[in-house]
Each structure stands twice: as C-alpha cells, then as structure tokens.
Design a protein around this ligand. Structure first.
Ligand SMILES: [Zn+2]
Length: 603
C-alpha cells in the first residue's frame, strides 16, 4: 500500500487499460477457463458485417456514435432492418430502436399487421452492463439478409432491439466504471445524466429514457420484454442467469409460460452452446461476506422492469450475466439467449398470448402490493466457486477469498412469495386536476381513466395520513418512508378535469399499485403529494384562548378529555401553545384537507 498516496494524486493520469503494472487494477478472483461451442458465432476477420466488438476481440465495446453508425449502415443495406427513434436522452442523444422483421416493417402498424409475436430486448439500462448491445448487433447481422445464417428466425417472430437505453451513461466511459466486472475496458456508467437509476423508474417515470421504452412497448405491441444486465455480487459457476417475478405475482399464467416454455428452452439452448445458465437468485446473497448463509429472492418492487412487467401483465425477463466471466463469454451467452427466445416465440408465442389475455382478465378482490418471506428457507443445489476466509488488515477481521474451484453446494434460499400487504380492490380512484404530474404518469403507463368535463359530487373514502414520515432522498425524490391511513367517508365535489380511474381494466393491478395510499410504490409514497403534509392556516392566542375557554365551559365531555390529557403529560400541561393547538384541532376552523391523501377511493 506504500504507493497509495502518489497513486491517488495521479488518478486521472493512469493508462486507460488495467494491466499488471496498474496499481488500481481490480484484484478479481481467477478467470475460469472456457471454450464454448457458441464461439462459432463470432464473425471471422474481414467479414463484411463483423461488429466492432468482434473486431476488437471483445476487449472493447463501440461508442454510441460507432454503434449508431454501424446500425445505420446495416439499415441502409438490409430490407429487413429499420432504425426508429423512440425518444431523446437528458443530454439530447436520440434513443434508437431497431426493428428486425421478415417484411421490413418500420411502423407499429406494420408490425401489428404481420401478426407475429414480438420480442423487445433492451441493452444498457445500466450502461456499464453493455453485453446485450454487442450480442444484439451480432444477432441483427445474423438475421438481416435472406441468406444470413439465422434469417429464418424472423419468419416466426419480430425482433425489436434497443441497443443503448441509457445513452448518456453509456458515454460516461472509464476503465473504472465497474470494479467487479471483467470487461469491456471502456464500460459506461450505471445511472443516467441526472444520476438516476433507470431500473428504479418504472412506476414514477421521471426519466426520458424509461418514458421512451414504456411508450415503445405499448405502441409496438411487445409480447415479451427482456432487460439485459450484468450482475454485481459474488462468484459462482454460472455465466448467465435469468428469471421472471414468479408465480406469486400479478401474472401467474404468464409466469407459467416464462418458467416453462421459455425458461426450459433458454436453459437447453444455452447449455448446448457451452454456457452455464442459472437462476437469478445466485446473484443475491443473504450476506455477501458469507456465502454459506445462502440466497434470497430478487426484490419484487414494481419500480424495477420485470416486476413492473408482471404488474401490467407483460412477460418480462430479467437477464443478469455474471460480471466475473470474460466479456466475450457473456456476449455470446446473450446472443444464444436472444436467438433461443425468438425461436420459442415462433413456436409457442400463441401460448404466451393466451396466458397474457388470461392475466389481463384477472380482477382479484385483493391486490398484493408487497411480499415477504413465506417461512422457512428451502434448500437449493447450486454450482458455486469454493471460498475461504483469511485475515485482512483492511477489514480488521477476515476477508472472503474465492479459490476458482467449481463446487456444488446445497444452500438455503429465502423466497419472498408471501403477501406482506394487499389492497381491497376498490371500484375506482379519484384525483383532482391539480395533480397533473401524477395524471400525466397514468397516461404514460397506458392506464384508462375518465376525465370529468363538468364538476361531479362523489361519495368517497379518504385517507387521512396518520404516519407520514418523509424519508431521505432516494432516486431524486423525498418520498414517504412510512404512511398509514385513518379512513374517513366523505362527499367530494371534483372539479372539471378531475380523473376517475376504474380498476376494472386490463391495467387494474397497476392502477392499484400506483394510486392506492397503502401501496409502497404509490405516487403518494414517491412524494408526489408531499405538499398536503404542510399546515397552512394558523390562529392567534388572543382569539384561540377565549374560544377554548368557551369550548371547555360548554362541553363537559371535552373538558374531561382535556383534563385527562393534561394530567397524563405534565410537559403538555405546561405548554400553553400546545394546549391551544389541542383545542384548535377540535374546532371546525382547522383545515379539513390537512394530511388528506389526494387520491380518493370509490368503494
Ligand atoms: Zn444492472
């Protein structure tokens, strides 16, 4: 560590590639040897459509401009590939989607008219995890021409591909972007230009990038949605892991297809091509310093892509390549996975469409909004890397060391498939026109609602917030860490422009998750309505004191309550202002809407 001080000073001057003489090279566990059959997918030198990552021997990944230029060249040469802009990043970069279809579709109408099942895969939501982009470019090359080796894939399915979703993060390039990851050398950054994590934005829709892909999924009629990542987390033998939310979510029929038809085919095809597919949970240790404690489920919160997909009845798969496997192996595994998925869609896409229709027709009386562990852990067998603990001057205790040796171990898995909170599904939710930012998000999500063209009086239940604690800033928002309601019946006159959101619709579960004050993913909890927490009208002592005296004289029951409160709390008894506030709260002069959540419930 004697070089540490000098190295800190010249941090910005270090060579861009990490080598043996690089004091900041990440001391990663040993590289596993690998030579999978999928290597035959790599284009030979001189191939007219070799991709930039192949040219570089998978050491580097192309920049945004290089990627777009390569795709534009392919678009110009191929009548099966069309690039369409779907939005614009915060820094102004065009967000591109590539449409690959046998009929050369370039509009949503043409894709729908073809009637084939549609896969939308996105790469680079976390731009440092960019394997999907280079795999997608290879696959587009392989389907772009009638004589291309995988051209037949487009006979049965349409492929929509977003090569770089987080375009701004993608251009924040550094060899120090991902300390736990084996390449590429020029990886981008996790968050977007506002430092927002796009894979936490699916409910609140604050970012132009997620707004773009949420619109594209709806407009182009995607049947299946892949979100391509690379893990953090510990070492294990698998090179590619994937999964959907699970059968406990809002889309059990879709989940059956995802874990059955799709999951089985992906696993079979990856294994046949020399890869080691595994379950998502292996990236999610209970204790990252002690693998023996086992695994736990991925979070099921709808702010993430795949639980959001589950909530809106869209087959959504999270793919997590293993960060410690070399870049070439990860890209090739993703190529195999995408090809396999298109094949499954061609053969069994009708089953997915039927499952989707069944889940969209669900109208459960209770809508789950949070899950918790269901009890004892189950034991699972996993292909891991052997580990030991050694003393460490850095931790002051021990450190975890992976040896590189593949071992099979049985470890506990803590699944979180029991309902922790559920909402009794109301007939509808109401929201006044002043909450236009929330209404705008309902529209972007594709949720159907009625907008009043004249005032209407409605019998509702309203949530008066009892607990409403503003939590530390998270994803740019000061939301409510906790919220609990005292429900009150009320008659409200909603002005013109107010919206009524029925839950009897395909996206009813998503409406509940976004609108119900008890949902942890609600607009209320994300801080959209924090202004109702402030008290805005006051009373002076020279008015409140005589009024209080009159109240105590005229109402013996109130007087008894007041005296009991004084006797119970000497501090309260000694605080004149607090005594007046207590009395003021029991007058009709207080703000009737103070701490009332603006989303009202029609039972
Ligand atoms: Zn990620």
């Amino acid at each position: 560590m004697r070089f540490a001080f000098a190295a800190t000073l010249c941090l910005g001057l270090l060579a861009p590639t990490a080598g043996a003489d690089d004091p900041w090279a990440a001391p990663l566990p040993p590289v596993p040897a690998w030579s999978g059959a999928s290597r035959d997918r790599v284009a030979p030198a001189g191939h007219p459509w070799i991709t930039p990552a192949e040219v570089a021997g998978f050491r580097t990944t192309p920049s945004y401009d290089e990627t777009v230029a390569w795709l534009q060249r392919l678009d110009a040469a191929s009548d099966r590939v069309a690039m369409v802009p779907i939005g614009r990043s915060g820094e102004g970069r065009t967000l591109w989607m590539v449409v690959a279809s046998a009929q050369g579709a370039s509009t949503p109408e043409a894709v729908r008219a073809a009637g084939k099942p549609v896969l939308l895969a996105q790469a680079g939501i976390h731009a440092g995890e960019i394997d999907g982009k280079d795999a997608g470019l290879m696959l587009l090359r392989d389907v772009a021409f009638a004589a291309a080796p995988r051209a037949a894939l487009l006979e049965g399915a349409t492929f929509l591909f977003v090569p770089i979703l987080n375009a701004d993060g993608h251009e924040r390039v550094s060899p120090r972007s991902r300390i736990n990851q084996r390449g590429p050398e020029n990886a981008g950054w996790r968050t977007n230009a506002r430092n927002l994590n796009l894979n936490r934005d699916y409910t609140k829709l604050d970012t132009p990038e997620i707004r773009a892909v949420v619109a594209a999924l709806q407009q182009w009629g995607a049947d299946l949605y892949f979100d391509l990542h690379v893990t953090d987390g510990g070492d294990h033998a698998y090179d590619i892991t994937f999964g959907a939310l699970g059968p406990h979510g809002h889309s059990p029929a879709i989940d059956g297809w995802m874990s059955g038809a799709l999951g089985e085919a992906l696993t079979r095809d990856l294994a046949a091509a020399g890869h080691e597919p595994g379950p998502l949970y292996v990236a999610n240790w209970v204790d990252s310093r002690d693998p023996a404690k086992g695994f736990r489920d991925y979070p099921a919160s709808a702010r993430l892509s795949h639980p959001w997909g589950d909530t809106r009845h869209l087959g959504a798969l999270l793919v997590e390549n293993h960060s410690l496997k070399p870049y070439e192996r990860r890209v090739l595994g993703t190529h195999v996975l995408l090809e396999s998925a298109l094949r499954v869609l061609a053969e069994r896409g009708a089953e997915l469409k039927a499952a989707t229709a069944a889940d969209r027709a669900r109208r459960p009386a209770e809508v789950p909004v949070a899950w918790k562990p269901s009890g004892a852990a189950v034991e699972v067998e996993a292909r891991l890397i052997a580990w030991r603990h050694e003393p460490s001057a850095a931790t002051g205790g021990t450190k975890l060391v992976y040896t590189g040796e593949v071992v099979t171990r049985k470890l506990p898995l803590h699944t979180a498939d029991a309902v922790a909170a559920a909402v009794r599904r109301p007939r509808a939710y109401w929201l006044g026109p002043q909450w236009d930012d929330a209404i705008e998000r309902l529209r972007l999500q594709g949720i159907a609602f009625e907008t009043l063209d004249a005032p209407r009086e409605v019998a509702v239940e309203q949530c008066r917030l009892v607990e409403a604690e503003v939590a530390p800033v998270n994803e740019g928002r000061a939301g409510l860490g906790k919220a609990s309601c005292r429900w009150e019946p009320a008659t409200r006159r909603f002005p013109k422009g107010s919206v009524r959101v029925p839950t009897d619709q395909d996206l009813g579960a998503l409406a509940v998750v976004l609108l119900d004050p008890l949902s942890p993913e609600s607009f209320l909890r994300w801080g959209f309505f924090n202004s109702v927490l402030a008290r805005t009208e006051y009373v002076e002592e020279y008015v409140m004191a005589p009024l209080g005296e009159r109240m105590l004289e005229q109402d013996p029951k109130l007087r008894a309550e007041f005296e009991a409160a004084l006797a119970a709390d000497p501090k309260f008894a000694a605080d004149g202002d607090a005594r007046l506030r207590w009395l003021y709260a029991r007058t009709p002069w207080v703000d009737a809407l103070w701490r009332v959540a603006p989303v009202m419930v029609e039972r």
